[in-house]
Design a protein around this ligand. Sequence first.
Ligand code: 5GP
Length: 180
Amino acid sequence: MHSRGQEHLKVLLRSSVVQKRVREMGQQISKDFKGQRVHLIGVLKGAAIFLSDLIRQIRVEVSLDFMAVSSYGDGSQTSGQVRLVKDLDTSIEGLNVIVVEDILDTGLTLGYLLRVLQQRKPKSLRIAALLDKPERRIKDVKADYVGFQIPNEFVVGYGLDYAERYRNLKDVCVLSLPPS
Ligand code: 5GP
């Protein structure tokens, strides 16, 4: 248990456990797309660390692009609103697209992104999410590749932030905030 001010961090997934699972996810993707090319779309910023590890575990031809959406603002409460902040650089028509997301929570973000991307006629469209909080789902979205299902707690580390902090933690940790 670490703490910073009144904030407490408890390790949920150790770095070694995360690395092993990311390796397996990369192997699965390589198997599913054997002999083909995949186009990864990283959802900024939270998925950046996961994506950078995942892409190096993929053994088929791979290309990369990024999107950014705003959902959470600076706090830990979802606003329920999704806005496209950065669009793709290139067309995805005819490509095997895998959207790489840090965490699937209510499903509002990915639900929105899938709708936008599907209109652009990819050959296939899949989701890889490091974490999944099924309890919180509002929109029925399922990831094709899931690292870990986790309980309904606010997590940080391995790319995930709280008000832009903690992205650099190697482990995924549960963050407890002081009562407001
Ligand atoms: P959704 O739209 O599925 O509710 O939320 C997806 C986004 O909310 C994630 O990409 C992430 O940015 C943020 N989010 C959801 N749960 C957590 C969490 O436990 N920790 C952090 N840091 N962000 C979260």
